[in-house]
Design a protein around this ligand. Structure first.
Ligand code: WT7
Length: 635
């Protein structure tokens, strides 16, 4: 029996139980039967959850791009691998076949090598959603360079801190990017960032918008002329199973972004397996995930997962609202998309518009529709189910994280009965547990707790780049021996999971994971600001929005408040990016603090939500009187 694909609910339980009883045999079988290896492993897994040391498929040798591309050429050479749909619907879509993808990735890999990039070097990729982004990612993997994709909405200083943290040798960028009716000057942002990045030797620049750019002599090169001269064959680097594949930064509850490190074989096996099952992928399907490759969703479910399965994956440059609110559905209709994967924030934004935008198009090609990034509220779930899925295409509400590498809890379409707002059941190989405040595992159903995972899975991140101690402390110390997700969850009477949200200082705004600490750090750098505290509050479209409580310095007291608010938001935009802007800013004279000096965010959260009913125990506050003041002046 193959374990690669689950076909029925009965088989799901069979596979699940097998993966519990014999996880090694389970993954051994999947890895063995579905990939091409230069050399197989000596041991399936070795781990120490106390020390956060995890290794999968020890001593195996593999190259993930051989699995994504080369092995498909004989049977699927002319099949479309990447279907590029440009921002402007008047620009023609591009069908990039597996043959063509092979040529383009090999050429790019040869360019990288000729520009001095070697196995183990870090390459920062700062590109819009164009085919070159996927090609650059794969070219790095081909030669064993570690890609670090930085979302092209991040500001110069956010890029600089990421480039410096992983000491990138090269940056791949574009003159500019199209997004709706805007053009974003990406090269200009990179120029500013690189003033502070001593490790970067070369930048390769893709021409996309024909924006005028500065090319720094000796550092900056246009990519196309180099590709034109490059050889279309490239011998893939032989990688060890645990060689790093990529770094991807995610926000944490303390200042610095965390460079999550994913390695080669485990990530490959896990992204491929989860893609196949969660999207019920079959040959001939046209799969579309609307995320950006700058996030983990794009890594695992635009690039690697689909290509590993020989699928056609749509790469969409645009936004849901341009040129109008029918754009998503127009693309589904035009390309006869079979699987559609998006975020609750997009669903809520579209649900606010007239549903005629959806009904204008033929969505009958859809088989499975997915959701990811934050809890999906009941109203959005039903809108998605009724208007997009037409009550026929099951919704897969997929819970996972940058750190998990792939989907962990999700219905399997046509197999697991769905339930609104529930991510339902763990995939085979995933062992979730709920923990109480006393660090005990909560048994049974109809319970709530902190969500942990008690056994390793192949796709999990192995460390934080350059800071294993932080990796251990963040994920493996709150509940010793277990991986702590940072999320709270409940388990219903049949064992279905519903993720209720973060239990730490991370706020999910429009599906973007934002740590409050880095935003506070940025605000506190403003000359008029003494101190600040940021919390999330519920928002119709964004899921959560940010509320800032800010104490001014004496020198700031005389300043015009509205101007200050603008300046603070501009400051956040330039330090982190526009996604981290505050919706509400309230100037306060103090913040509720415990005797040990910790801000009591729980109270601020309640005030931001407008819920004054029960602040809980405030007896440990140093300054309880401040709560009244903040409450009375709430915005
Ligand atoms: C956090 C991870 C995984 C790719 C996108 C986000 C939240 C994610 C769901 C879901 C409820 C979800 C969690 C998680 N989250 N998917 N289906 N239901 N919450 O990756 O930026 O690493 O954020 O997103 O809070 O911990 P990320």
């Amino acid at each position: 029996m193959s374990y690669y694909k689950v076909h029925s609910l009965e088989q799901y339980f069979k596979h699940y139980n097998k993966s519990l009883r014999e996880p090694r045999k389970f993954w051994d079988r999947i890895a063995d039967e579905n990939f091409t290896w230069y050399q197989k492993w000596d041991k399936v897994v070795e781990f120490d959850m106390q020390e956060a040391e995890i290794k999968w498929f020890l001593n195996a040798k593999v190259n993930i791009t051989k699995n994504c591309i080369d092995r498909h050429l004989a049977k699927r050479g002319d099949k479309t691998a990447i279907l590029f749909e440009p921002n402007n619907p008047k620009e023609e879509a591009q069908h990039i076949s597996y043959n063509e993808l092979y040529d383009r990735v090999c050429k790019m890999a040869n360019v990288l090598r000729s520009q001095g990039v070697e196995k183990g070097d870090r390459v920062c990729i700062y590109l819009p959603m164009i085919p070159e982004l996927a090609v650059a990612v794969l070219a790095c993997a081909r030669i064993g360079a570690i890609h670090s994709v930085v979302f092209a909405g991040f500001s110069a200083s956010a890029v600089a801190s990421r480039v410096n943290d992983s000491e990138c040798k090269m940056v791949i960028t574009a003159d500019g990017g199209f997004r709706g009716n805007k053009t974003i000057a990406l090269k200009e942002i990179i120029d500013e960032a690189l003033e502070k990045c001593p490790t970067v030797e070369k930048t390769l620049v893709v021409k996309r918008t024909n924006t005028n750019v500065n090319m720094k002599e000796g550092r900056d090169l246009w990519l196309q002329p180099l590709l034109d001269k490059a050889d279309a064959n490239n011998v893939a680097e032989i990688m060890d199973a645990e060689d790093p594949l990529f770094i991807l930064y995610t926000s944490g509850s303390t200042g610095k972004p965390k460079g999550m490190l994913h390695t080669t074989a485990g990530y490959m096996v896990y992204s491929a397996y989860t893609f196949k099952n969660v999207f019920a992928y079959e040959e001939g399907d046209v799969y579309w995930c609307t995320a950006d490759i700058g996030w983990i969703t794009g890594h695992s479910y635009i690039v690697y997962g689909p290509l590993l399965n020989g699928a056609t994956t749509v790469l969409f440059e645009g936004v849901p609202s341009y040129p109008d609110f029918g754009r998503f559905w127009e693309v589904v209709d035009k390309h006869k998309v079979t699987q559609f994967y998006t975020a609750p924030t997009a669903i809520r934004a579209l649900a606010k518009e007239n549903w005629e935008w959806v009904n204008k198009y033929d969505l009958s090609s859809l088989k499975v529709i997915g959701s990811v990034g934050e809890p999906i509220n009941e109203e959005a779930w039903h809108w998605y189910n009724d208007h997009v899925g037409k009550k026929k295409s099951p919704i897969v509400d997929t819970w996972w994280q940058t750190e998990t590498g792939g989907i962990m809890i999700s219905p399997l379409p046509f197999i697991t009965p769905t339930k609104p707002t529930y991510a339902t059941l763990p995939l085979p190989g995933v062992q979730p547990v709920l923990m109480d405040d006393k660090r005990n595992e909560i048994e049974g159903n109809q319970v709530v707790g902190s969500l942990c995972i008690k056994f390793p899975w192949p796709g999990m991140a192995r460390t934080i780049w350059g800071d294993h101690q932080r990796f251990k402390e963040t994920y493996f110390s709150a509940y010793p021996g277990k991986y702590f997700t940072g999320d709270g969850a409940l388990r219903d009477e049949v064992g279905y999971y519903r993720i209720t949200g973060r239990v730490d200082d991370v706020v999910i705004v429009s599906g973007h994971n934002l740590g409050t600490a880095p935003i506070e750090d940025a605000i506190n750098e403003h000359p008029a600001v003494a101190e600040s505290a940021i919390v999330g509050f519920p928002h119709d479209v964004k899921g959560n929005a940010l509320y800032g409580f800010i104490i001014l310095k004496e020198s700031g007291e005389s300043r015009d408040r509205e101007n200050l608010k603008k300046e603070i938001n501009e400051h956040i935009s330039s330090h982190i990016g526009p996604i981290a802007k505050l919706d509400k800013i309230q100037f306060v004279t103090g913040l509720p603090k415990t005797r040990s000096g910790k801000i009591m965010r729980r109270i601020l959260r309640k005030i931001a939500e407008g819920d004054f009913s029960n602040f809980g125990d405030t007896t440990t506050l140093l300054n309880p009187e401040i709560v009244e003041e903040i409450k009375d002046n709430r915005i």
